[in-house]
Design a protein around this ligand. Structure first.
Ligand SMILES: CCCCC/C=C/C(=O)SCCNC(=O)CCNC(=O)[C@H](O)C(C)(C)COP(=O)(O)OP(=O)(O)OC[C@H]1O[C@@H](n2cnc3c(N)ncnc32)[C@H](O)[C@@H]1OP(=O)(O)O
Length: 378
């Protein structure tokens, strides 16, 4: 009981930071509880009861049950322990608690340690869940993990699913020697001829949705940059919470070389992270950074020797994934506040509109043609 009271008292505090759940969210959560496939256990049921009562009726207002009425006494104690917790906060806490119990349709539960569950059946983007971590892997090693149009959409979907599953965090990494060589330049040539405007519009829509999903991702987002990263696989790092890198990784944003312009909010996040002087050299002149330079400029959290990267990073992440998930999410929402997210969405929209026009430019078409005809490589 003491544990329950402590838990609820903690939620009083946390709840003040996030009063966001609407009545509709709450009603949905109530329905979801009835559909739970697994019994969440008595402790959780008591927490749910107390939060439900507080959310719907306010502070405990009924007499204390008799000493031998054990069950009702435990429930009453839990409700009473919420004191004057505001109804909206109780509603939010109820929704949070339910969402931590319910895996989304595609998602698995956290799973037992050591058991890995594959969540998305795609060859090029592999999504698994293990030890509280949803892992999204760029898996086109023979093409240096270049990102096809389909992969953007699969990643967007995987992130949306991961935002609701029971994992504590999501980690991106690459299979093979590259993290990712960025946008697959053949995306440009798989356009039905004569329809380049339509291609550019569709590309901008897909890109915008992709980046919006990173901006809104509510849980810790970590990149394990196992090798060179190019283009959009670099710019998205500005939207991650933590970036670990191999000492073999490099960071290259050759937008001007390709007749293109920055995306994934990097025109905003990079100057903020590393200061305009360094960001300009990367984003305008395409200066490639080593892992050490990226660390010095704040884009990378920590660099590991390539030989120990996997062992060290995954051990650390597994430990982090055991931290209380709601606390991590709430901390993230304080760090990336709603006004900051609003700004990021506006930057994303502007960058996508700019790129849509750029993709129709002679500079861009010439650069892609050169790559395709094997005349140019970065
Ligand atoms: C719709 C949303 C758009 C979002 C906007 C995004 C923008 C960006 O991401 S800009 C950055 C785009 N990326 C590039 O320009 C990289 C192009 N690739 C290269 O310059 C080189 O391949 C390399 C430096 C990344 C690696 O060189 P190397 O080690 O010599 O390996 P290969 O060139 O032989 O590559 C093996 C194989 O992979 C293919 N490939 C690699 N990267 C891409 C790519 N980005 N797009 C398409 N294909 C790529 C390469 O063509 C080789 O294929 P095969 O010849 O068939 O073996």
């Amino acid at each position: 009981l003491l544990q329950v009271v402590r838990f609820l008292a903690a939620r009083v505090h946390l709840g003040r930071a996030t009063m966001r759940a609407s009545q509709k969210d709450f009603d949905n959560a109530v329905k979801q509880v009835k559909l739970l496939k697994e019994d969440p256990g008595n402790e959780v049921k008591v927490k749910l009861y107390a939060l439900y009562k507080q959310a719907t009726e306010g502070s405990c207002n009924v007499p204390k049950p008799g000493v031998f009425d054990f069950i009702n006494k435990v429930k009453w104690d839990a409700w009473n322990a919420l004191g004057s917790l505001p109804k909206e906060t109780a509603r939010q806490n109820y929704v949070d608690l339910v969402s931590s119990l319910i895996p989304s349709s595609e998602a698995s539960s956290r799973g037992e340690p050591g058991t890995q569950e594959k969540l998305l059946a795609s060859e090029d983007v592999v999504v698994t869940s293990e030890d509280g971590i949803t892992k999204i892997v760029f898996n086109r090693p023979t093409k240096k993990n270049a990102i096809t149009t389909q992969m953007y959409q699969e990643i967007t979907q995987a992130l949306k699913t991961a935002s609701k599953d029971n994992s504590a965090m999501t980690v991106f990494t690459g299979n093979g020697d590259y993290y990712s060589s960025g946008n697959d330049l053949t995306n440009f040539t798989s356009t039905p001829s004569g329809n380049i405007e339509e291609f550019a519009k569709r590309g901008a829509d897909i890109l915008r949705d992709f980046v919006d999903t990173f901006i809104d991702f509510p849980k810790p987002l970590v990149a394990v940059v196992n090798g060179p990263a190019v283009g959009i696989s670099v710019t998205t790092l500005g939207l991650f919470d933590v970036v670990y890198a191999s000492d073999k990784a490099t960071f290259h944003t050759p937008f001007s070389h390709l007749g293109q312009t920055p995306e994934a909010c990097s025109s905003y996040t990079f100057p903020k992270i590393m200061g305009p002087a360094k960001a300009n050299e990367m984003l305008i002149f395409g200066k490639k950074l080593t892992a050490g330079e990226a660390y010095a400029q704040g884009l990378v959290t920590e660099v590991f020797p390539d030989s120990t990267l996997q062992k060290e990073v995954w051990a650390r992440l597994k430990a982090y994934a055991k931290l209380p998930p709601n606390a991590m999410r709430i901390s993230k929402s304080l760090i990336k506040s709603s006004s900051e997210r609003e700004k990021l969405h506006a930057v994303n929209a502007e960058e996508c509109t700019t790129l849509q026009a750029r993709w129709l430019s002679e500079e861009c078409i010439g650069a892609v043609t050169s790559f395709m005809s094997r005349k140019a490589k970065l």
